[in-house]
Design a protein around this ligand. Sequence first.
Ligand SMILES: [Zn+2]
Length: 248
Amino acid sequence: MSGTYAARALVLRKTKLGESDLIVTALSSEGHQIRAVAKGARKPGSRFGARVEPFTVIDGLFARGRTLDVLTEAQTVAAHDRVRADYEAVRAAAVAADFLDRVTAESDAEPRLFELGVATIDAIEDATPEALPTLVCAFLVKAMAMQGLRPQLSGCVSCGGPCAPAPAFSLSGGGTVCPACVGGDPSAIAVSGDLQGALAWLLRSRLAEIAAEPLPDCVAREALVVLRAFASHHLPARLRALDAYLRG
Ligand SMILES: [Zn+2]
């Protein structure tokens, strides 16, 4: 386990360590979570500068350690400065970074989560304020699909029969339920007629298309509430940044 390695990574979180160091949590382009110490990163004029700020993509050199690795060098690939300059953009990007922090591990590898995370933060950087909630929805539904939680939206998850627009979403079944089955599913939550189509559109569309034609605010908000309930039904981790985003 000794030696050094190079990795491209998206910085998700930084936490203080001791007097002047930081622990940087990042997602590598291979989909592994990296936790590494950036020594002296909180000293004025540190050689790391802003490269260890959340939402930055770096090419890093890491030295393996017994518990934590050490970040020895970092080059900026994408600074995403414009995200950090805008409060609403920061709140939106934080939902993505927090989700990636909670669901990834050092042992797991899902390279598509890195690509989705970087693409989402790129899109947030260029988005209008109205498009931000829809981009957060798009990230969540796509990321959950990559985690094996792709919402089933083409019919009823219980009986397989057609249902559009579906009156409810089953948290345990992971998809839409028809009027006949909804009474027998205690995990079903009532949804508006717009939700099913909105989630299906978010799943099949590219982020650039989604940002150009955002959902009405009430639909985006409903989708966020349903996705939060779906995530907390299946994932062990609490998505605190999403909770904060919904509190507004
Ligand atoms: Zn049914």
